[in-house]
Ligand binder design. Structure first.
Ligand SMILES: *Cc1c(COP(=O)(O)O)cnc(C)c1O
Length: 220
């Protein structure tokens, strides 16, 4: 039987080839937020290991038992992060994709140092300048990346964006890629179930796909 995961991987491969890239250059982050263990387990059994969660409270309950069975799982935090949750996050997540303000960056740097831990960091950019959305303003992104990388010595690997709902995402993808390129960051996290192929054609290295793998989230 062809699984959703296989279908998505196939589409990633096709989109990569279309822009003369290799499927190996694209990492699939399977967004398992809201979904329960029984829904996630089949995807783990198929061999997938990189997952995205957006709520700290949910992830710290759900993932420790799963990580006991699958110790090589890598977790990406893709939702907003409050400074008082940073210690929990660095104990569970390998990557924080949503670093978007100096206070948060400073707290992460301090706690990583205190705990002797290591996390990859993405700077989230609010490409649509939406007031309700997290992310640093595009005009402040270069300075913020410099602060995180040069002053705080964080391991900044990339840029992440969530384009405004209902808008053509391409200008947002392009802006994110430009910010990444001019700051010499290798990873660009963008593209969800509805637009991951377009994101890949516009330079995504990491796509965050939930619904197309796990189905509709319960209660949504
Ligand atoms: C939920 C979520 C996704 C996945 O969305 P789907 O449309 O289900 O693929 C991707 N990125 C972020 C930041 C999310 O919160």
């Amino acid at each position: 039987m062809t699984s959703n995961l296989m279908i998505i991987k196939d589409k990633i491969s096709t989109a990569a080839q279309k822009s003369n890239r290799s499927e190996k250059d694209i990492t699939l982050v399977a967004v398992s937020k809201i979904h329960v263990e029984e829904t996630i387990l089949p995807v783990l059994k198929e061999g997938h290991r990189i997952f995205g969660e957006n709520r700290v409270q949910e992830a710290v309950q759900k993932w420790p038992p799963l990580k006991e069975k699958y110790p090589d799982v890598k977790l990406h935090l893709i939702g907003p992060l409050q400074t008082n949750k940073v210690r929990q996050v660095v104990g569970l997540f390998d990557t924080i994709e949503t670093v978007d303000r100096p206070k948060l960056a400073r707290t992460i740097a301090r706690i990583l140092e205190e705990e002797g831990k290591f996390c990859e960091i993405y700077v989230q950019v609010n490409t649509g300048l939406e007031s309700q959305k997290a992310g640093i303003a595009p005009s402040e992104a270069d300075d913020f990346i410099r602060l995180c990388r040069d002053e705080l010595k964080l391991d900044v690997v990339g840029v992440m964006c969530i384009p405004p709902v209902g808008e053509n995402p391409v200008p947002h993808f392009t802006m994110s890629r430009d910010i990444g390129e001019r700051n010499k960051l290798s990873n660009i996290s963008m593209g969800m179930s509805g637009d991951f192929e377009l994101a890949i054609e516009n330079g995504a290295t990491h796509v965050r796909v939930g619904t197309a793998i796990f189905g509709k989230r319960p209660g949504y």
